[in-house]
Design a protein around this ligand. Structure first.
Ligand SMILES: *Cc1c(COP(=O)(O)O)cnc(C)c1O
Length: 343
Protein backbone atom coordinates (compact mmCIF):
# COMPACT_ATOMS: atom_id res chain seq x y z
CA UNK A 1 0.00 0.00 0.00
CA UNK A 2 1.16 3.52 -0.80
CA UNK A 3 -0.25 5.45 2.14
CA UNK A 4 -1.01 9.08 1.30
CA UNK A 5 -3.74 9.54 3.93
CA UNK A 6 -1.61 11.80 6.11
CA UNK A 7 1.95 12.68 7.06
CA UNK A 8 1.05 11.32 10.51
CA UNK A 9 1.61 7.79 9.17
CA UNK A 10 5.39 8.30 9.00
CA UNK A 11 7.30 5.72 11.05
CA UNK A 12 10.24 6.72 13.26
CA UNK A 13 13.64 6.46 11.55
CA UNK A 14 16.34 4.07 12.84
CA UNK A 15 18.11 7.11 14.34
CA UNK A 16 14.92 8.05 16.21
CA UNK A 17 14.49 4.52 17.54
CA UNK A 18 18.10 4.51 18.72
CA UNK A 19 17.66 7.91 20.35
CA UNK A 20 14.59 6.61 22.21
CA UNK A 21 16.61 3.60 23.37
CA UNK A 22 19.49 5.73 24.60
CA UNK A 23 17.44 8.58 26.10
CA UNK A 24 18.37 9.80 29.56
CA UNK A 25 15.08 10.09 31.43
CA UNK A 26 13.48 11.33 34.64
CA UNK A 27 9.99 12.15 35.90
CA UNK A 28 8.69 14.96 33.71
CA UNK A 29 5.78 15.82 36.01
CA UNK A 30 8.54 16.87 38.45
CA UNK A 31 10.26 18.53 35.44
CA UNK A 32 13.20 16.19 35.93
CA UNK A 33 13.41 14.56 32.50
CA UNK A 34 16.60 15.93 30.87
CA UNK A 35 15.55 14.86 27.37
CA UNK A 36 12.16 16.56 27.64
CA UNK A 37 13.87 19.69 28.99
CA UNK A 38 16.31 19.64 26.07
CA UNK A 39 13.47 19.29 23.55
CA UNK A 40 11.49 22.09 25.19
CA UNK A 41 14.52 24.40 25.25
CA UNK A 42 15.44 23.69 21.64
CA UNK A 43 11.83 24.23 20.54
CA UNK A 44 11.54 27.54 22.42
CA UNK A 45 14.81 28.68 20.90
CA UNK A 46 13.81 27.69 17.36
CA UNK A 47 10.50 29.55 17.70
CA UNK A 48 12.00 32.57 19.45
CA UNK A 49 9.71 32.11 22.46
CA UNK A 50 10.64 32.21 26.15
CA UNK A 51 9.42 28.72 26.95
CA UNK A 52 7.91 25.58 25.49
CA UNK A 53 6.17 22.44 26.70
CA UNK A 54 5.87 18.95 25.24
CA UNK A 55 2.29 17.70 24.82
CA UNK A 56 1.07 14.27 23.68
CA UNK A 57 -0.83 15.59 20.64
CA UNK A 58 -1.49 18.67 18.56
CA UNK A 59 -5.12 18.64 19.62
CA UNK A 60 -4.14 18.73 23.28
CA UNK A 61 -1.68 21.55 22.55
CA UNK A 62 -4.37 23.65 20.90
CA UNK A 63 -6.87 22.91 23.67
CA UNK A 64 -4.35 23.85 26.36
CA UNK A 65 -3.80 27.13 24.51
CA UNK A 66 -7.54 27.88 24.46
CA UNK A 67 -7.97 26.83 28.11
CA UNK A 68 -4.98 28.89 29.23
CA UNK A 69 -5.80 32.05 27.26
CA UNK A 70 -9.57 32.11 27.79
CA UNK A 71 -12.30 32.18 30.44
CA UNK A 72 -15.60 30.28 30.07
CA UNK A 73 -18.19 32.48 28.37
CA UNK A 74 -15.72 34.15 26.07
CA UNK A 75 -15.69 33.95 22.30
CA UNK A 76 -12.77 33.02 20.08
CA UNK A 77 -12.27 34.08 16.47
CA UNK A 78 -11.07 31.37 14.14
CA UNK A 79 -11.12 30.39 10.48
CA UNK A 80 -14.30 28.58 9.36
CA UNK A 81 -12.39 25.58 8.02
CA UNK A 82 -9.79 25.45 10.78
CA UNK A 83 -8.71 22.28 12.56
CA UNK A 84 -9.63 23.69 15.97
CA UNK A 85 -13.19 24.39 14.78
CA UNK A 86 -13.78 21.22 12.74
CA UNK A 87 -11.56 18.39 13.92
CA UNK A 88 -11.22 18.72 17.70
CA UNK A 89 -14.62 17.38 18.79
CA UNK A 90 -15.92 20.83 19.79
CA UNK A 91 -13.57 20.72 22.76
CA UNK A 92 -13.30 24.52 22.78
CA UNK A 93 -16.94 24.45 23.90
CA UNK A 94 -16.99 21.12 25.76
CA UNK A 95 -13.82 21.81 27.78
CA UNK A 96 -12.97 25.52 27.65
CA UNK A 97 -16.58 26.77 27.63
CA UNK A 98 -15.94 29.29 24.86
CA UNK A 99 -18.00 29.83 21.75
CA UNK A 100 -16.54 30.00 18.25
CA UNK A 101 -16.86 33.00 15.94
CA UNK A 102 -15.82 31.77 12.53
CA UNK A 103 -14.59 33.79 9.56
CA UNK A 104 -14.29 32.19 6.13
CA UNK A 105 -10.76 32.64 4.88
CA UNK A 106 -9.21 32.69 1.43
CA UNK A 107 -6.63 29.94 1.01
CA UNK A 108 -6.69 29.61 4.78
CA UNK A 109 -6.07 33.30 5.49
CA UNK A 110 -8.71 35.42 7.25
CA UNK A 111 -9.08 39.01 6.07
CA UNK A 112 -7.58 41.23 8.83
CA UNK A 113 -10.41 43.76 8.40
CA UNK A 114 -13.00 41.04 8.92
CA UNK A 115 -11.17 39.80 12.00
CA UNK A 116 -11.10 43.32 13.40
CA UNK A 117 -14.81 43.76 12.70
CA UNK A 118 -15.55 40.49 14.51
CA UNK A 119 -13.89 41.64 17.75
CA UNK A 120 -16.68 42.32 20.24
CA UNK A 121 -17.25 45.76 21.71
CA UNK A 122 -17.64 46.63 25.36
CA UNK A 123 -21.36 45.98 25.90
CA UNK A 124 -23.06 44.09 28.72
CA UNK A 125 -24.95 41.92 26.21
CA UNK A 126 -21.92 40.64 24.36
CA UNK A 127 -19.38 37.89 24.92
CA UNK A 128 -15.79 39.06 25.22
CA UNK A 129 -13.35 38.14 22.48
CA UNK A 130 -10.80 36.02 24.34
CA UNK A 131 -8.52 34.74 21.58
CA UNK A 132 -7.78 34.77 17.85
CA UNK A 133 -6.58 31.48 16.33
CA UNK A 134 -4.61 31.20 13.10
CA UNK A 135 -3.58 28.04 11.23
CA UNK A 136 -0.39 27.77 9.13
CA UNK A 137 -0.09 25.81 6.95
CA UNK A 138 -3.83 25.52 6.60
CA UNK A 139 -4.92 21.89 6.35
CA UNK A 140 -8.36 22.17 4.74
CA UNK A 141 -7.07 24.84 2.37
CA UNK A 142 -4.74 22.13 1.07
CA UNK A 143 -1.60 22.90 3.04
CA UNK A 144 -1.77 26.56 2.05
CA UNK A 145 0.85 28.89 3.47
CA UNK A 146 -0.67 31.90 5.23
CA UNK A 147 1.52 34.89 4.42
CA UNK A 148 3.65 36.66 6.98
CA UNK A 149 1.92 39.95 6.01
CA UNK A 150 -1.47 38.48 6.85
CA UNK A 151 -0.25 37.21 10.21
CA UNK A 152 1.41 40.53 10.98
CA UNK A 153 -1.73 42.54 10.19
CA UNK A 154 -3.92 40.35 12.42
CA UNK A 155 -1.37 40.23 15.24
CA UNK A 156 -0.83 44.00 15.32
CA UNK A 157 -4.57 44.63 15.39
CA UNK A 158 -4.97 42.03 18.15
CA UNK A 159 -2.21 43.59 20.23
CA UNK A 160 -3.89 46.99 20.07
CA UNK A 161 -7.05 45.38 21.45
CA UNK A 162 -5.20 43.25 24.02
CA UNK A 163 -6.38 39.98 22.48
CA UNK A 164 -3.91 37.08 22.39
CA UNK A 165 -3.17 35.23 19.14
CA UNK A 166 -2.60 31.47 19.04
CA UNK A 167 -1.12 29.77 15.98
CA UNK A 168 -2.09 26.20 15.19
CA UNK A 169 1.18 25.52 13.43
CA UNK A 170 0.80 21.75 13.21
CA UNK A 171 2.69 22.05 9.90
CA UNK A 172 4.50 25.35 10.55
CA UNK A 173 7.83 23.86 9.46
CA UNK A 174 6.29 23.08 6.06
CA UNK A 175 5.38 26.77 5.74
CA UNK A 176 8.94 27.75 6.69
CA UNK A 177 10.61 25.37 4.25
CA UNK A 178 8.22 26.29 1.40
CA UNK A 179 8.83 30.03 1.77
CA UNK A 180 12.38 30.15 3.10
CA UNK A 181 11.04 32.21 6.01
CA UNK A 182 12.26 31.04 9.43
CA UNK A 183 9.65 29.62 11.83
CA UNK A 184 10.77 32.39 14.23
CA UNK A 185 9.45 35.03 11.87
CA UNK A 186 6.01 33.42 11.71
CA UNK A 187 6.05 32.86 15.47
CA UNK A 188 6.89 36.54 16.04
CA UNK A 189 3.31 37.42 15.05
CA UNK A 190 1.75 35.17 17.68
CA UNK A 191 1.55 34.92 21.45
CA UNK A 192 1.55 31.13 21.42
CA UNK A 193 2.32 28.42 18.88
CA UNK A 194 1.57 24.71 18.65
CA UNK A 195 3.50 22.54 16.19
CA UNK A 196 3.48 18.78 15.58
CA UNK A 197 6.57 16.59 15.79
CA UNK A 198 4.51 13.61 14.65
CA UNK A 199 3.56 14.77 11.14
CA UNK A 200 6.04 15.53 8.35
CA UNK A 201 8.89 15.73 10.85
CA UNK A 202 8.45 12.00 11.34
CA UNK A 203 8.59 11.62 15.13
CA UNK A 204 6.27 8.93 16.51
CA UNK A 205 4.47 11.03 19.12
CA UNK A 206 4.00 14.56 20.31
CA UNK A 207 3.63 18.26 19.78
CA UNK A 208 5.12 21.37 21.28
CA UNK A 209 3.34 24.42 22.61
CA UNK A 210 5.40 27.58 23.06
CA UNK A 211 4.88 31.07 24.47
CA UNK A 212 5.89 33.28 27.38
CA UNK A 213 7.29 31.76 30.58
CA UNK A 214 4.15 32.81 32.43
CA UNK A 215 1.89 31.23 29.80
CA UNK A 216 3.77 27.92 29.86
CA UNK A 217 3.61 27.84 33.66
CA UNK A 218 -0.19 28.08 33.53
CA UNK A 219 -0.33 25.70 30.56
CA UNK A 220 1.52 23.07 32.60
CA UNK A 221 -1.33 23.03 35.07
CA UNK A 222 -3.88 22.57 32.28
CA UNK A 223 -1.84 19.76 30.79
CA UNK A 224 -1.84 17.99 34.16
CA UNK A 225 -5.60 18.50 34.53
CA UNK A 226 -6.16 16.96 31.11
CA UNK A 227 -4.10 13.92 32.04
CA UNK A 228 -1.21 14.93 29.79
CA UNK A 229 1.46 14.95 32.52
CA UNK A 230 3.83 12.17 31.47
CA UNK A 231 6.56 10.50 33.50
CA UNK A 232 9.73 9.16 31.74
CA UNK A 233 8.67 10.98 28.59
CA UNK A 234 12.25 11.41 27.38
CA UNK A 235 11.70 8.12 25.57
CA UNK A 236 9.29 9.92 23.23
CA UNK A 237 11.05 13.30 23.33
CA UNK A 238 14.35 11.86 22.03
CA UNK A 239 12.89 11.08 18.57
CA UNK A 240 11.43 14.61 18.61
CA UNK A 241 14.93 16.04 19.02
CA UNK A 242 16.13 13.95 16.07
CA UNK A 243 13.15 15.26 14.10
CA UNK A 244 14.01 18.90 14.77
CA UNK A 245 17.70 18.38 14.05
CA UNK A 246 17.51 16.23 10.92
CA UNK A 247 14.03 16.23 9.40
CA UNK A 248 13.19 19.89 8.76
CA UNK A 249 15.06 20.65 5.53
CA UNK A 250 13.97 17.43 3.86
CA UNK A 251 10.33 18.59 3.96
CA UNK A 252 11.25 20.22 0.62
CA UNK A 253 11.24 16.72 -0.92
CA UNK A 254 7.65 16.20 0.25
CA UNK A 255 6.70 19.50 -1.36
CA UNK A 256 8.36 18.49 -4.65
CA UNK A 257 6.54 15.17 -4.55
CA UNK A 258 3.21 16.90 -3.95
CA UNK A 259 3.87 19.14 -6.94
CA UNK A 260 4.82 16.12 -9.03
CA UNK A 261 1.62 14.35 -7.97
CA UNK A 262 -0.53 17.41 -8.76
CA UNK A 263 1.14 17.87 -12.17
CA UNK A 264 0.55 14.20 -12.98
CA UNK A 265 -3.04 14.00 -11.75
CA UNK A 266 -4.20 17.16 -13.48
CA UNK A 267 -3.43 15.42 -16.79
CA UNK A 268 -5.81 12.59 -15.88
CA UNK A 269 -9.15 13.12 -17.58
CA UNK A 270 -11.94 14.04 -15.14
CA UNK A 271 -9.62 15.03 -12.28
CA UNK A 272 -8.78 18.59 -11.29
CA UNK A 273 -6.54 19.96 -8.57
CA UNK A 274 -8.38 22.22 -6.15
CA UNK A 275 -5.52 23.82 -4.27
CA UNK A 276 -2.33 25.75 -5.01
CA UNK A 277 -0.07 22.97 -3.66
CA UNK A 278 2.14 25.29 -1.60
CA UNK A 279 3.42 22.38 0.52
CA UNK A 280 2.72 18.62 0.91
CA UNK A 281 -1.05 18.39 0.36
CA UNK A 282 -2.93 17.80 -2.90
CA UNK A 283 -6.73 18.13 -3.08
CA UNK A 284 -8.23 16.29 -6.05
CA UNK A 285 -11.74 17.06 -7.31
CA UNK A 286 -13.47 13.99 -8.75
CA UNK A 287 -16.97 15.07 -9.85
CA UNK A 288 -16.06 15.54 -13.52
CA UNK A 289 -14.88 11.92 -13.55
CA UNK A 290 -18.40 10.94 -12.47
CA UNK A 291 -17.09 9.69 -9.13
CA UNK A 292 -17.92 10.59 -5.58
CA UNK A 293 -14.89 10.82 -3.28
CA UNK A 294 -15.80 7.53 -1.57
CA UNK A 295 -16.06 5.69 -4.90
CA UNK A 296 -12.73 7.09 -6.08
CA UNK A 297 -11.11 6.09 -2.76
CA UNK A 298 -12.47 2.55 -3.14
CA UNK A 299 -10.88 2.30 -6.59
CA UNK A 300 -7.61 3.71 -5.26
CA UNK A 301 -7.57 1.17 -2.46
CA UNK A 302 -7.99 -1.70 -4.91
CA UNK A 303 -4.94 -0.48 -6.78
CA UNK A 304 -2.91 -0.15 -3.57
CA UNK A 305 -3.25 3.56 -2.80
CA UNK A 306 -4.69 5.14 0.35
CA UNK A 307 -6.00 8.71 0.64
CA UNK A 308 -8.84 10.37 2.62
CA UNK A 309 -12.16 12.04 1.71
CA UNK A 310 -12.20 15.81 2.14
CA UNK A 311 -15.68 16.55 0.78
CA UNK A 312 -18.32 14.82 -1.36
CA UNK A 313 -16.10 15.09 -4.43
CA UNK A 314 -12.75 15.93 -2.88
CA UNK A 315 -9.92 13.57 -1.95
CA UNK A 316 -6.82 14.60 0.00
CA UNK A 317 -3.36 13.19 -0.68
CA UNK A 318 -0.48 14.03 1.68
CA UNK A 319 3.14 13.39 0.72
CA UNK A 320 5.67 12.47 3.38
CA UNK A 321 8.99 10.88 4.29
CA UNK A 322 7.77 7.29 3.82
CA UNK A 323 6.67 7.82 0.20
CA UNK A 324 9.38 8.10 -2.47
CA UNK A 325 9.38 9.93 -5.78
CA UNK A 326 9.17 6.55 -7.55
CA UNK A 327 6.07 5.68 -5.56
CA UNK A 328 4.50 9.03 -6.50
CA UNK A 329 5.20 8.26 -10.18
CA UNK A 330 3.59 4.86 -9.67
CA UNK A 331 0.52 6.52 -8.06
CA UNK A 332 0.14 8.77 -11.11
CA UNK A 333 0.44 5.77 -13.47
CA UNK A 334 -2.03 3.67 -11.51
CA UNK A 335 -4.60 6.49 -11.33
CA UNK A 336 -4.11 7.16 -15.04
CA UNK A 337 -4.86 3.49 -15.73
CA UNK A 338 -7.97 3.62 -13.49
CA UNK A 339 -9.27 6.64 -15.40
CA UNK A 340 -8.78 4.78 -18.68
CA UNK A 341 -10.70 1.81 -17.33
CA UNK A 342 -13.47 4.02 -15.94
CA UNK A 343 -14.24 5.58 -19.35
C1 LIG B 1 -2.94 17.28 12.75
C2 LIG B 1 -3.38 18.65 13.09
C3 LIG B 1 -3.65 19.00 14.41
C4 LIG B 1 -3.74 18.00 15.55
O1 LIG B 1 -2.71 17.18 15.77
P1 LIG B 1 -2.92 15.73 16.48
O2 LIG B 1 -1.56 15.44 16.96
O3 LIG B 1 -3.40 14.84 15.39
O4 LIG B 1 -3.90 15.91 17.57
C5 LIG B 1 -3.99 20.31 14.68
N1 LIG B 1 -4.06 21.22 13.70
C6 LIG B 1 -3.81 20.92 12.42
C7 LIG B 1 -3.88 21.99 11.39
C8 LIG B 1 -3.47 19.62 12.06
O5 LIG B 1 -3.24 19.33 10.78
Amino acid sequence: MIDLRSDTVTKPTPEMRQAAFDAVVGDDVYQEDPTIIELEELSAQMLGKEAAMFVPSGTQGNQIAVLTHCQPGQEIILEADSHIFIYEGASISALAGVQPRTIAGKNGAMDPGEVQAAVRGDDIHLPETGLICLENTHNRAGGAVVSLDNMQAIFEMAQQQNIPVHLDGARLFNAAVATGIDVKEFAAYTDTVQFCLSKGLGAPVGSIIAGSTDFIKKARKWRKRLGGGLRQAGIIAAPGLVALRTMVDRLAEDHENAQLLADGLKEVSGLTIENNVDTNIVLVYTEDAGLRAEQFLEMLKESGILAVPFGPYTVRFVTHFDVSKEEIRSVIDRIGALAGANR
